[in-house]
Structure formats: structure tokens, C-alpha cells
Design a protein around this ligand. Structure first.
Ligand code: ADP
Ligand code: MG
Length: 253
């Protein structure tokens, strides 16, 4: 896997989340979240199932509309009714547990369709940029294949290259390795680590505590729609202060 091509052609931006609230009917899922990620910082978000982690990520890229609070990403205010949603979404790359590749498109087409349609990039330019990101994830020779000809780990690497091909300033990952066979988890984490080292701003929901400890600048523990504890990765994971964090880590470690 190539790691020599490690510079990013985009400027990483931070995200500032203040007082974020989100309800589904009577169910308040996010109860006033404050969370900042500085440009180039890697923050891992951990917490039990149902604590609101996915909802938080989905609010940041506006797949969900917040009920209150503010989210600032790279000069955009997500909660301003006047915000240009399309422009803001382009700044935020997202990788899901399920890779969601287009099955009828080749790997290269998966990585060029949005840049061509949304960013109005010329096909040759889109292909050049996509190829550089496929190289980055070690799949430079796989452009003509179809998703079902790839392993789960390879498909997830394509999903990362596809997100990067939009040249986002912030990357969100929602349990990117949870659906993978154990033997392919490492290759995806290695790509994420190299992306972190290249200076990308990353907010990562994960249960991979070893990854969080090694790669994250900070770890945020969420439970019941609130941030319970946050700090340096080694401190939160190695020496948690709150009983709920201690409980959770006892179960996952
Ligand atoms: P996590 O990712 O931490 O497991 P989620 O953000 O997926 O948590 O879910 C938090 C809570 O919000 C859960 O109680 C879940 O049932 C609820 N929820 C999530 N999405 C929706 C939705 N689209 N409609 C209604 N409730 C939802
Ligand atoms: Mg989730």
C-alpha cells in the first residue's frame, strides 16, 4: 500500500458544534452537544449504541436538520436558514458502516460521478483527481473493477477515495470498520491513519479503542445524547473519570 503520496490538495477546516439539539418526535436524541474539532485534528467519538453518535454526524453533514444550536464548518453555518446546503455538504465527506457504493458503476466511476455532476468538473479532471485518491488508498489498479469484485475492506477504501474525490475539508466516519471481516479491518484503519497524518480533520465514530488511542488527538464519550467526558485519548481510554465511561470501556475493551 502506497503511503508516499501523503499530501492533501485541500485545506482542512475545523468544525464547531454548540448547543446542538435534535429530537425525533418526543424523543430528544441530542440534548445540547458542544464539540469542536480543530483543523487537522482527529477526534474519536465513542459511546453505547443509541447514544446519538450517528445522529450527531448526520447533523454535521445535514442529512438531519438540527432543532437547535449551531454547527460551523469551514466558514458555513449549517443552522443558518440561508446557508447554501449543497456547497456546505461538499466540504464534508462521509464514510458509513455500509459502503454504499453504486453497484452498477466501476470503482473509478464511483469516484467521479459526484465531482462531475455536483462540482461540474470535466471528466478528465475528475478522473485524474479520483485516480490520485485511489492511489492514496492503495487501489490505483482497481479503477475498472465493479464493487462486487472487491473485498469488503477494498470497497470501504473505495468509499474513502470517493469521499476524498470531492476534496472535502472535513471527513466524518461512522463505524467504518464495523461491517468488515476481521482480516480487512486493519487495511481500512491504516488508510484512516495515513489520512490523519496527512492533516485531514476527522471525526470518527468507532469501537476500535486501539485505533482511537493511537490516532485520535482527543476522545469524546457520549451517552444519552450528552457528552459525558472528553480529553486526550490516552486519558479517556486509559484513565476514565466518569462512572458511565468506566462502565462502557469495561464492556468494550
Ligand atoms: P448511535 O449511533 O449512538 O447508536 P443513533 O444516533 O443512531 O445512536 O440513535 C440515537 C437515538 O435516536 C436512538 O434512540 C434511535 O432510535 C433514535 N433515532 C435515530 N434515527 C432516528 C430516526 N430517523 N427516526 C427516529 N428515531 C431515530
Ligand atoms: Mg450509530
Amino acid at each position: 500500500m502506497s503511503t508516499d503520496n501523503n499530501e492533501l490538495s485541500v485545506h482542512a477546516a475545523g468544525v464547531e458544534i454548540t448547543g446542538l439539539r435534535k429530537s425525533y418526535g418526543d424523543n430528544e436524541v441530542l440534548k445540547g452537544i458542544d464539540l469542536n474539532v480543530k483543523p487537522g485534528e482527529v477526534v474519536c467519538l465513542i459511546g453505547p449504541s443509541g447514544s446519538g453518535k450517528s445522529t450527531l454526524l448526520r447533523c454535521v453533514n445535514l442529512l438531519e436538520k438540527p432543532n437547535g444550536g449551531t454547527i460551523l464548518v469551514g466558514g458555513f453555518n449549517a443552522t443558518d436558514p440561508e446557508v447554501n446546503l449543497d456547497q456546505m455538504r461538499q466540504k464534508v465527506g462521509m464514510v458509513f458502516q455500509q459502503f454504499n457504493l453504486f453497484p452498477h458503476l466501476t470503482v473509478l466511476e464511483n469516484c467521479t460521478v459526484a465531482p462531475i455532476k455536483v462540482l461540474k468538473r470535466k471528466k478528465v479532471d475528475a478522473q485524474k483527481i479520483a485516480k490520485s485518491h485511489l492511489n492514496r488508498v492503495g487501489l490505483g489498479d482497481f479503477g475498472e473493477r465493479y464493487p462486487d469484485q472487491l473485498s469488503g475492506g477494498q470497497q470501504q477504501r473505495v468509499a474513502i477515495a470517493r469521499a476524498l474525490s470531492m476534496e472535502p475539508t472535513l471527513m466524518l466516519f461512522d463505524e467504518p470498520t464495523s461491517a468488515l471481516d476481521p482480516e480487512t479491518v486493519g487495511e481500512v484503519l491504516a488508510i484512516m491513519k495515513s489520512l490523519a497524518q496527512a492533516g485531514m480533520t476527522m471525526l470518527v465514530v468507532t469501537h476500535e479503542m486501539a485505533f482511537a488511542k493511537e490516532v485520535a488527538d482527543r476522545v469524546v464519550f457520549m451517552d444519552g445524547g450528552v457528552v459525558v467526558e472528553e480529553g486526550k485519548a490516552a486519558e479517556v481510554i486509559g484513565n476514565p473519570q466518569q462512572p458511565r465511561t468506566q462502565d462502557f470501556l469495561r464492556r468494550v475493551l
